[in-house]
Ligand binder design. Structure first.
Ligand code: KMH
Ligand code: ZN
Length: 272
């Protein structure tokens, strides 16, 4: 029997700007409104990145704190997952700032990967430090897997006592430089994690819908949103993050997979 489907809304990302899609939420108030609309549409987790006023990405504790406060004012129930990936080129200290605000979840990338023309650096020292801080703060990490070897890196952290099972993975597929977003690769990743783990898939661009559909059928979970994909269909920009959530809820319905509420997601993910 499959768990109910956990939908994560990745509302905005470090690499996306309003010029690419005018419906992108940028300010803390816009991000909070988008989170609420995604919750209403069926999301139980919001993955949060924030921006400066000039739209550049930031990991500033002040901006995160304002944004999280506004999300909670609008929607106290949704699970907040902060990004510790931030943007390429940020230091570990910069990236870790939102973790000290004690959100329920935070991302933990377990390996370095080429990222377009850049490199997203996650050497062992970063992974260990990030995992330690999350463990100390009682935050559930979502292990971000941009390529297959990153699963093994996460298992090394388990061996070192820095991560505890059950693990929760996010297969981030289709980043230029990372694992391509094919069904064969998704099957391989899903079969490579320890039994008892949970997983979600974030397919970049046009892979978002087919990989999300596969995850629904396979018993995984799904992430959608403007961080990963700004289009509704080829050449048509999405109107909102909520529109992308609504579509995946519809696909889940077609496949008779009920959608989890935030509290059901907390149980499925063994959140404290
Ligand atoms: N912006 C990417 C370099 C995460 O949120 O944890 C990293 C990223 C991953 O977005
Ligand atoms: Zn992110």
């Amino acid at each position: 029997m499959m768990d109910k489907l956990i939908i994560t809304a990745a509302l905005t990302g470090a690499e996306v700007i309003r010029e690419q899609n005018p419906n992108l939420p940028v300010t803390p108030a816009e991000i909070a409104e988008a989170a609420y609309r995604c919750y209403e549409a069926g999301a139980s987790i919001v993955h949060v990145h924030v921006h400066n006023e000039d739209e550049t990405p930031t990991q500033s504790a002040a901006v995160f704190s304002e944004t999280i406060g506004l999300i909670k004012e609008k929607c106290n129930i949704i699970i907040i997952q902060v990004s510790t990936g931030g943007a390429v080129g940020m230091t570990a200290e910069e990236r870790l700032q939102p973790v000290y605000l004690k959100p329920e979840m935070a991302t933990l990338s377990t390996g370095s990967v080429n990222f377009g023309d850049d490199v997203f650096l996650n050497p062992p020292a970063y992974m260990e430090e990030f995992a330690k801080v999350m463990q100390k703060q009682g935050i559930k990490p979502e292990i971000e897997v941009f390529d297959a070897g990153m699963i093994n890196n996460a298992l090394q952290l388990v061996k070192k006592g820095l991560l505890s099972e059950p693990l929760h993975f996010d297969f981030v597929m289709g980043v230029p430089g990372g694992i391509p977003g094919t069904l064969k690769n998704l099957l391989h990743l899903a079969e490579s994690i320890p039994s008892g783990s949970t997983w979600t898939v974030a397919g970049m661009g046009r892979t978002e819908l087919p990989l999300g559909t596969a995850a629904i059928i396979m018993g995984g979970h799904v992430r959608v949103g403007f961080e990963d994909n700004i289009y509704y269909e080829k050449g048509v920009l999405a109107e909102s993050n909520a529109q992308l959530v609504e579509r995946i809820v519809c696909v889940a319905g077609i496949h008779s997979r009920p959608v989890a509420s935030p509290d059901e997601a907390r149980r499925i993910l063994s959140l404290a």
